[in-house]
Design a protein around this ligand. Sequence first.
Ligand SMILES: Cc1cc2nc3c(=O)[nH]c(=O)nc-3n(C[C@H](O)[C@H](O)[C@H](O)COP(=O)(O)O)c2cc1C
Length: 407
Amino acid sequence: MPNVNPATSRRHFMKFLAVSPLAAAAERPDPMVWAPFDPNTIITSPAEAVSVFDLEPACRENVPPAHFGYMASGVDNEDTLKANRADFQTFQLRPRRLNDVSKMDLSVDIFGATWGSPVYVCPIGGCGAYHPDGELAIARAARRGNHLQMLSTMASASIGDATKARGAPIVFQLYPTASFEVAKLLVKRAENAGSPAIAVTVDQSSGRKLETQLRLARDDDRDCTACHDRASPQASVARKGNWDGIELEKFGIRGIGATGLTWDFFKRLRDVTKLKILAKGITTAEDAELCVSHGLDGMVVSNHGGRAEDSGLSTIASLPEIVAAVKGRIPILIDSGFRRGADVVKALALGATVVGIGRPIVWGLGAFGEEGVARALEIIHLEARSIMGQLGARSVKDLTPGHVRRS
Ligand SMILES: Cc1cc2nc3c(=O)[nH]c(=O)nc-3n(C[C@H](O)[C@H](O)[C@H](O)COP(=O)(O)O)c2cc1C
């Protein structure tokens, strides 16, 4: 269980600030440290959050440095992480006046159901590291605004328990692993929980270096061996709900890595499940075209929030070429760097079907549990609603590429 004791968390936080690279980074511009940090101005209730950025320092105060570093980190130089934020500034919105927007409807239809918002919850592994209620708190918060939720293979809670907390089907994110038998067991678990779709993450094929995590972990003086026993493959999944009863060594694998993954995986998956199948981690028109030609039911344009490769290519910059390649044949989901309603509206106008939020969910969770997550979702949804009104769009369907220009 993570240390979220408020009495000790402050001590951890002050220590981490004193020695961490993020202290120096506090002078760096957005997006390395998004929220201006002043220990005297950390919010103490979700209602005080004016933007989602207000939740980040409150999360940072509660969460151990190694866990916070893992969440905040991008890979290597964090160029992709930064591009995910900076590139939104290169797209501007084009408001249209004198349209009646007295009645707004932000609902979206996807995966055979209607959701209350185009904003969905990304899959985030091990959310018990940020709050004892983890994904169950996230599910309960998503339920309030009827947000679509995806659950990670590596979630602390199982897909069955999260679905009960959400009160509606949850999309299951699948790490395929090097064993197809393990993939089948995980898919079965999702089927039993009533998932409408499997999102196969395809952007973690060759390992990665999360530098902020590595640095902040050095500042964490807790004994972490009870949860992170590197000698035992099973330890990496032992406390994760979806792995209950799955013995890695029995299947000859040592973790969730899948360096040998190819497009053939999707053909095999199609043979064993009737659920909709998506690829998560697409960033180019060529791979988008392959998603369509392999009969996939959708894709997630994602660079894992800057945690896949340090290409410097943001997802908002990738989106236009992907929309042009897909030509409306399958839904396009997108995530990575979305923090504002304006960011969401830009992607919807460019052709995305729904938009995923990652770290702000964790900021809300670490700061205030379910209430914090609900506040993060509410803020982004309300910002999007307000901006859509300014554009003269009463519904998501009213948004068009004409509402956006690129400078
Ligand atoms: C701490 C953390 C854990 C994540 N765990 C997973 C995961 O288990 N599976 C997955 O497909 N993506 C995972 N992601 C990526 C998210 O699903 C999503 O693509 C990304 O967070 C979106 O970018 P954003 O955080 O900038 O909003 C994780 C991201 C973070 C920050």
